[in-house]
Design a protein around this ligand. Sequence first.
Ligand code: ADP
Ligand code: MG
Length: 360
Amino acid sequence: MNRFTAKAPARANIIGEHTDYATNQGHVLPTPLPFHTTVTVQETDGTAGHLTILSENYGNQPHDRKADDEPRHHWTDYVVGCVRVMSKTVKLPALEFRIKSDVPIGSGISSSAALCVAAVRALRGLTGAELNDEQIALMAHEAEHDYVGVPCGKMDQFVASLGRPGQALLLNTRAMTYRHYPLPPNTAIMLVNCGKKHDLAKGGGYKQRVAECAEARKLLGVSTLCELGHKDLGRLSTLPDVIRRRARHVITENLRVLEFVTALEEGDTERQADLIAASHVSQRDDFEVSIPEIDALVESSKRFGIRAARIVGGGFGGSIIALVPRDQAVAWWSFIAKENPESQLISTYALKNSENEYAA
Ligand code: ADP
Ligand code: MG
């Protein structure tokens, strides 16, 4: 019986948070992380459309699903969604999926996109369907967005499918064009989980932010919020307070991504730190997606002397990202852990980071 195994990485977004919704269509700057989800898909004897799904991360018990099932608000939905999207392109037999992953789940580094991209890649391998990596990203997005029902943008799937180790992917989510940039040298990308899990499919706050951005777009009469720039910020004064602050975050965050890329090209680490710090303040005060546990991690980082720290991911829990000079990374983490005993370091790779170790 035919079988194929594929994997896809987790990601960290360096800067550009909540800019990628359909209403916003701004820039993001994610990078893949050396954590992966691996999916093995195997043809089985059953009736076409029958699916057996197992995940080592969820007890490795077989779950029976059908390709035409309605979503059940269960983790297997992600795989069913990928099968449904793929079956628009190619006829699929009965299938068994085996999943394993070292990506921390629900920690803001996108285990969901790693799963969907790996599943669609595995299906491409099994069927020999002619799909490029952009198409894979779009299909993984369709599975998560349309079937699972997470109102997510396309960043996670694009970086999981197209990202390169040790490089950031500047993605214009309007034109869906992208460019790779080397990450700053001698800088560790530190990710620290605050100890509170999140689940975007269940959480109401994220959906509310999506709705608020739609409201801002409607009231401003634009097709996307990120077509607005510095000179347009005055227009926001006519909006109701909450909507104004949501829009201000999205517009300024998009501008920060572009400034950050310039600062990367110029090797201006002070400017990079300013922009990341400003991103946190904007998410905390204007977009209101932070929580006290996350703010405490960012404040600890500042007390240590690192300003380049901010909330990362969908918000309402999850993790911070910090850019820390490599020779200070161990001391930085010891300091953070002492002040925040519940927190956990996600990116231990950053402590031993080198491109070779990443590639291995
Ligand atoms: P994040 O993508 O930041 O980790 P999400 O809430 O978007 O958080 O996605 C997490 C969900 O994705 C899990 O609750 C689960 O349903 C699904 N998922 C992710 N990885 C796996 C895995 N290895 N096995 C099974 N389901 C997974
Ligand atoms: Mg996710």
